[in-house]
Design a protein around this ligand. Sequence first.
Ligand SMILES: [Ca+2]
Length: 173
Amino acid sequence: MFLLTIAVLALFGVLKNSNAEILGNQTVRDILLKNKCLCPCGASSGLWKNFLIPYSEANWFEAVSYCSEIGMSILQISSKYDNKDLQDWLNENGEESAASYWIGANDLATSGVYRWGLTNKRASLTQWASGEPNSATIRGEIEHCVEIRADTLEWNDSLCSKQLKFICEKFVE
Ligand SMILES: [Ca+2]
């Protein structure tokens, strides 16, 4: 637990020091504090995952916090099996086939380096849509958070402040 605390504080330090970008009128640090995002925010391990798409839309930070508050984590995709499980589940439980959802991948700490949630775990198996990630800047905010399209499972970096549905996951005990 001590090491975990240190790791979280270290990541927090990275965010605090390297990312002065303004998201709306708030810094990344402000948003993390406001949404109590200083959690491990990463699923542990196991063979099978449960997924959940909460009813409400949320910005990415709120999505991370919400999943954590209900004992889950924002979705991570670590293997092709994760993709297969997700696709099967979305086919049964998703809404519109072309809907997009927040997942955990983001490059908030280091631009261009995508990690899962607020962990230091690198997103090694990426599946960007054509032309993405483009780190577009819209009204002064740069795209740092990743949404996944339900039908193609392709990724797009998007504005973290955008309201979007999201996918939580939890390994089955
Ligand atoms: Ca983009």
